[in-house]
Ligand binder design. Structure first.
Ligand SMILES: Cc1cc2nc3c(=O)[nH]c(=O)nc-3n(C[C@H](O)[C@H](O)[C@H](O)COP(=O)(O)OP(=O)(O)OC[C@H]3O[C@@H](n4cnc5c(N)ncnc54)[C@H](O)[C@@H]3O)c2cc1C
Length: 573
């Protein structure tokens, strides 16, 4: 067992056990793992209540996810849990790749300065979940988190879902406008509804050995192909908090998982890797296999699948929980807008469009990495070893080495919600892309751009416009803000103070010039950003009328209702 003591959350008898009616709520979430908890928090921050049902009474047990990416942490920063993760986690950005007895190259995942969040942190999944539970409890006016409430059956109807829940005191029933299914990779609800998750099962086994030691290794990701201490297989090393080191040993398909998990068989492997005189304690051992698969559609009537229930990948590339958090980020604001009556339900179909794209990207990367790491034919093994030989001397070969392409933010390049792009530069901030961070000053104090965006639509414009235009600009903005109560304004300056007379307006100073540089912003230019911090549209010369059109588009007003999700729905509880 790990030295971490899993918190035990109390079961409380649900009031519904004592009533004859079926209470109705806007949103029910099945599963209090990373996906379900993050979804409840995101919805709460946007004013939407939910009930979260989990069949267990604690956070994740043992060793699962450890690598959390920059984008995930940015999302969690918006949700209010990133600081705790940064404080506890091990920050890293450097990786090294070894082949047999030598290093072939190293890489840096975030070579530039001026970002609040690092490229990656390593942190045990149970800490992430514990911090999410803490945050959900802070938002208890919005989140009704019910432990040891197991969903045993779901009826998915065109206009609502019926949810049947088992507890130690008996059984009760709820109905909801939208059901979020976040019950993990082996989703019973997915099976119950006769829905499939299609893809590939990989015939290989990996041993996780988490060891406690005070080691000299740097805080970097080290990956070995065919090392002398574990010939013909691969090994991965990562540092975690509490002096815990994660070592993943590839074992091959024929390995016996029960035998491999025995401490007497793990010790010689670890000792051969670390050296005979290094002392360590084995904290956790498990053997895993993995699948790369996803559903054809994440929506069934009013049931939405998120996280591992919708898509699963191999751990190489750390795209499981990182991908799940990006899906939650995508769905929550859309549900909130529909439930508040600000958008029609056709907006929800874009969860499918955008996140199917994200899941395919993750699956492709994860499958390619797995094929490279575990070649299954003589030819693919020869190709891999040749690439590794060449990589030491020839940079072109390094692009072919795949020890897991680590989770990247997803860009929704072809989303139907994307509006105009007449800036055209930089490419990675075109509509559909997540916003980039930069240092700014707010009220003379140091701050970060991303912390000024999110949860609501934001129009970010450059306030260093031609002074002859100020008067008319303020009038235009004032009208736009009156028309769209969901819109906030961020003015990048230094800019004249008369902007501050506008409602919901934040004045920022581009203290290091990095906002202008990263966004290609010049006087009169502007960006419209969605509540999930993705770019909706951008203009060289902003006008209220083009912002108005882009807002309508980002809310899906041009889309026709999809047959999959019928009717509009408003908050009922
Ligand atoms: C070895 C390993 C290493 C990994 N490493 C990484 C990594 O480094 N980075 C990364 O991003 N990802 C990683 N992952 C993937 C990551 O662990 C998952 O993607 C993540 O846990 C998915 O979260 P989830 O909330 O969707 O599902 P889960 O974490 O599986 O949560 C599902 C929840 O639903 C509850 N539940 C299930 N059925 C019911 C029911 N009927 N009623 C009520 N509640 C129910 C469960 O109790 C659980 O709390 C790794 C996975 C493994 C196995």
């Amino acid at each position: 067992m790990t030295t971490y003591k899993n918190p035990i959350y109390p079961y409380r008898r649900p009031a519904e056990l004592d009533v004859d009616i079926t209470p109705h709520c806007p949103i029910i979430i099945v599963g209090a793992g990373p996906s379900g908890l993050a979804a409840a928090i995101d919805l709460a921050l946007q004013g939407i209540k939910s009930i979260v049902l989990d069949d267990n009474n604690t956070v994740s047990v043992g060793s699962r996810a450890i690598c959390f990416s920059k984008r995930t942490l940015e999302i969690l920063d918006r949700l209010g849990t990133a600081q705790k993760m940064l404080d506890k986690g091990v920050t890293w950005q450097q990786g090294r790749v070894f082949f047999q007895d030598r290093e072939v190259y190293s890489f840096n995942l975030l070579p530039e300065e001026g970002h609040r969040i690092p490229a990656f942190i390593n942190l045990q999944q149970y800490y992430l979940e514990e911090y999410l539970v803490d945050r959900a409890m802070e938002l208890s006016d919005y989140i009704d988190l019910r432990w040891q409430n197991k969903v045993s059956h779901v009826d998915s109807l065109p206009m609502q879902s019926l949810v049947y829940v088992d507890t130690e005191d008996g059984f009760y029933q709820l109905s909801c406008d939208y059901l979020l299914v976040a019950d993990g990779a082996n989703s019973k609800i997915r099976d119950m509804l006769g829905l499939e998750c299609k893809g590939q099962v990989f015939q290989d086994r990996f041993l996780i050995a988490d060891v406690v030691m005070k080691a000299e290794f740097p805080t970097e990701r080290w990956f070995w192909f065919d090392p002398p201490f574990h010939p013909n297989q691969s090994v991965l090393l990562h540092k975690q908090p509490d002096n815990v080191w994660r070592i993943d040993f590839q074992l091959g398909w024929d390995a016996d998982p029960e035998e491999e998990k025995k401490e007497e068989n793990i010790r010689p492997r670890v000792q051969a890797m670390l050296g005979e005189d290094v002392e360590f304690e084995l904290e956790w051992a498990s053997v895993y296999t993995f699948r790369c698969r996803m559903m054809d559609s994440f929506i069934h009537h009013r049931v939405f699948f998120v996280g591992d229930a919708a898509h699963q990948v191999s751990p190489f590339g750390a795209r499981g929980a990182n991908g799940a958090l990006q899906s939650v980020d995508n769905l929550a604001w859309k549900l909130a807008r529909v439930l508040k009556g600000e958008a029609s339900s056709s907006l929800l179909e874009t969860y499918n469009t955008e996140r199917l794209h994200g899941a395919k990207e993750n699956l492709l990367n994860s499958t390619r990495a797995t094929d490279f790491i575990t070649p299954k034919s003589r030819i693919s093994r020869l190709f891999r070893d040749t690439v590794l030989e060449l990589a030491e001397q020839h940079p072109f070969a390094r692009t072919l080495v795949n020890s897991g392409r680590l989770s990247q933010p997803c860009h929704y390049y072809v989303s139907p919600l994307n509006g105009a792009d007449d800036i055209g530069f930089p490419d990675d901030l075109c509509p559909g892309s997540p916003a980039k961070d930069a240092p700014v000053k707010r009220d003379g104090k140091e701050a970060w751009l991303l912390n000024q965006l999110g949860n609501r639509f934001v129009l970010m414009i450059d306030g260093r416009a031609d002074s002859a235009r100020y008067q008319s600009l303020v009038a235009e903005l004032s009208e736009l803000l009156t028309l769209h109560i969901e819109l906030d304004l961020v003015i990048i300056g230094p800019s004249p103070h008369f902007f501050s007379q506008l409602p919901r307006c934040t004045l920022l100073e581009d203290s290091d010039g990095l906002v202008s540089e990263r966004y290609g912003l010049t006087g009169d230019g502007g960006y419209l950003l969605r509540p999930d911090q993705h770019v909706a549209a951008r203009w060289k010369k902003f006008t209220a009328s083009n912002a108005n059109d882009a807002l309508d588009r980002a809310l899906g007003k041009h889309l026709t209702a999809d047959a999959n999700i019928k009717g509009d729905c408003h908050v009922t509880a």
